[in-house]
Design a protein around this ligand. Sequence first.
Ligand code: ADP
Ligand code: ASP
Ligand code: MG
Length: 452
Amino acid sequence: MTRVLKFGGSSVATGELLKRVAALAREALPHAPLVVLSATGKTTDALLAAARAAERGDAVGARELALGIRARHAALARELFGDDVPAELALALDGELSALEKRLDGVAMLGELSARSRDAIASTGELLSTRLFAALVAREELAGEWFDVRRVLRTDASFGSAEPNEARIRELCAAELAPRVRPGRVVVTQGFVGATEHGVTTTLGRGGSDWSAALLGAALDADEVQIWTDVEGVYTADPRIVPEARPIPELSFAEAAELAAFGAKVLHPATIQPATLRRIPVTVRHTAKPGGRFTTIRAEAASGRPLAALASRSPVTLLTVTSTRMLDQAGFLARLFAVFGRFGASIDLVATAEVSVSLTIEADAPLVELCAELEPFARIDVVPDRAIVAVVGERLKRTRGSAARVLAAAGDCHVELISMGASEINLSLVVAREDEHALVRRLHALLESARA
Ligand code: ADP
Ligand code: ASP
Ligand code: MG
């Protein structure tokens, strides 16, 4: 039995925080802790910016960003170890950073950045943070080791958003990782990073460390997956938009998955699934307030409320496809969706009428190409800069009048699309982006009044 403790970028951003993480790992020793770390602070952003600079041929800009990353990690090492930085750590950090610099030089020289190179560059952050933390664990005289997650986290070769192979991960974890996680030891490994069957480095997409934690927890049959972050759990709304939002003590997997998918950044959208399948509870906790409130997400739990929480996502593009000739013909929707599928544009919400279909897609979907394909058989209206605001609650659909109350609370926010029913527990509204925060605040007030 093991317990997975995942710490996000903001939880490992300073020496002080890294020491807290070590203290939490120490407390978890009886549970055979597997510590999964993100890159420190904004390191992944800096790495990707360096990759882009190199791609533009700006070798100097890329080097400067890499030097910044080097300096930040050297400063963290000094903060943790003073003048006594362990030689092995200095060597390991230098190895990763030198490889990074060489990669950036190569990209700048060719002026070409493959998705594969971008992943090799992006993965550096997690390799660095885990090296630092493993050295701290050793300095604190905790037994343990640094483990390269690429030995077990098998994915396909879709660089940038690699698809994990859960069956292989389970096999590899049983062989390589399970024998290492034992009570009394701290095993330290990377979030976000994976590798193909041929050992080529991949990444799971931005925010992917949560997913890594759930995948590893599922593969090891962990007793709990703890997501340690900078808030006290999953809140009733994004606390940056609604300051009075509060943590929800219990959520069902379905509720948490809907919230994540519709923009609650606190969890990666895919996180919940590997844990759900094995009925492993996922808790979301505040690294700086370990004794504070937190959220437990379980298969069988539920908020028990018709309106539990809100999430929002923007920008999205609203498309309305109108075709008087085609819509009543069998297979029209299949043809329509096939076009989006071909361009890899994923559709979030759909509403259909007699002669038209409205749907939302990511703002960065290839609109010009999509429209060129669709225009021969339909008229396309494109409305950019929209937001999806989702109300989530386990009893939403079964509670009479909940949709009416949500729409009434929207007041004069102009709602352009409504979607409810596909999932029992989610009612989503599309509004102009400038109305997003106002709508979230109004709906939060409704949620609070429903609770009172
Ligand atoms: P980490 O670096 O630990 O992975 P993230 O930045 O990915 O952390 O996620 C934590 C942030 O998610 C919080 O600081 C908060 O601003 C944001 N957030 C958005 N929606 C919610 C919500 N419903 N509950 C809690 N936090 C949320
Ligand atoms: N470091 C990665 C990112 O910033 C993964 C993560 O933090 O979850 O996206
Ligand atoms: Mg995150």
